[in-house]
Unconditional design. Sequence first.
Length: 214
Amino acid sequence: MDTTQRTDQQRSADRRRRELLEAADRVVLRDGPQASMNAIAAEAGITKPILYRHFGDKGGLYAALAKRHTDALLDSLRAALDAPAERRERVESTLDTYLAAIEARPQVYRFLMHPAEGGTGGDQGFDVGKHSAPLLRRMGEELAQVIEERVDVGPESQQLARVWGHGIVGMMHAAGDWWLGERPCSRAELVRSLADLLWGRLAAAGDRMGGPGF
């Protein structure tokens, strides 16, 4: 087999993989965490063994979908952080970009971040939770790199940037998860409140108990 044939085969395989991921996306948008390999195979017009041939198992498919959506989200977050605006405005825009993304596609978010309550179609026991941690770690590392490149925090900048990066991602994830489930306030109000926390409002707030603080 010559190089041209191998290249053509690789392009064909990559195109087929994209088509299968798009079919999986459609099922996830409809079914959320309950999306099954059977339903995805049916949506793609193939048998489940062919789907396994491309992704191995649901964990492999999950990883491919997670990368697809995380890449797109990180691109949007970088754009918000790099926008020509004051730092506070960029922070609020970044928080809003994340929250807008999970609000726009809640079923995709739940598929990526929450295990299904009892699998379907032969997917019982799939633990989405064990796969979501690497996704959050990747976002934390990416944000840490952005912070280190753009904010001068002194000689320990690399370590502090990683602490802040993972801390901010953890805050966005936890607060966004709670907000998406309960909707206790508007997205704009949540953005302002989280930005206030990052801006030191907690440190500046008075202590109702009259003691030294926490």
